[in-house]
Design a protein around this ligand. Sequence first.
Ligand code: GLA
Length: 392
Amino acid sequence: MKTLKAISLLIFASLALSVTTRAQSTTLAATPPMGWNSWNHFAEKVDDAGVRAAADAMVSSGMRDAGYVYINIDDTWEAGRDDKGIIQTNKKFPDMKALADYVHSKGLKLGIYSGPGPKTCAGFEGSYQHEVQDAQTYAAWGIDYLKYDLCSFTRFMDREHSADHGHQMMLDAYEKMHNALVATGRPIVFSLCQYGWQDVWKWGPSVGGNLWRTTGDIEDKYESMARIGFGQLSLAKYAGPGHWNDPDMLEVGNGGMTGDEYRTHMSLWAILAAPLLAGNDLSKMTPETVAILTNRDVIAIDQDIAGHQGDRISALGLTEDWGRKLADGSIAVGIFNRNDAPAEGVLRFEDLGLKGRVHVRDVWAGKDLGELEREYRVQIPAHGVVLLRVSK
Ligand code: GLA
């Protein structure tokens, strides 16, 4: 009898835990997270003043009002641990709680970075064997987002005799931190970073991931961005409210691509329902960069409440149509030109399952093209895009 009671208590407890876990992940990141991350532009040069400046610029540039929320500190903030094992910040971050208070006072949220191994990717202190302690420290500071980067944890996985066992260790390590975050009672978005290994999209939600990187690191070059973005084929079914594929942070405004290429970057990420984490210096933006990052219609596609990730509809040589179904029944379509020269792209409405006259809006041009029939043909600049919103 006693055993029966114990078993039913256990079942009840685990049910309750899984309900809270799920409840947390659906309210958190109900749409793809939007914000800024220090790594792409600042790397190890990130510091307290730079993070405050990013928060200030997020507000003054209009990005906050366009929907950007998270100010995320990436790697290199960590020092060692004190004699109780509590993680310390290095001299670049004299007071993390005060920094969080500052960021919160601007109506923004603060994110931080760590990993399950002893060392982070840049060789700083990781959370290995201090997961619960670190989660509590983050919560006490007022952290709202954690990017958790595999890196040196692979040394434990490699030691395993079977690859399956190594794989399971990685899942366990992510779940351990997820549980530690949940136990703090503070909603903290959990971002998995392990470069898309082992089809992370298939198990990311089960270990509490709100988003997971699907590839290696992006670079501020068209080839890198295009390889990653156009490589996201067939992942759509794994994304949805609370759990997103993450093709890595934005490079918009970092200077390595043309305006057309950055519009391609932003359009593709919006169709992919990707997190929009700006990776540039927000305090030094050209009007074009601000315009790309804050275009309301593009952001509305990315943040569409239905949360359906888009996919490729058709390809004709190096021009490709990618589409995403939106909550109001309309369809966002990017006609992309991957050629190194201008080319004509075409959208056939029957490829969208639409017959008769359809209404078409050119999103970047901010222009209604009226009622069209059968197809839309358009000249697209090299590496550029025409982004449309098509409705019946
Ligand atoms: C890895 C990640 C990057 C960044 C660096 C920091 O390379 O993929 O996004 O966080 O580590 O060291």
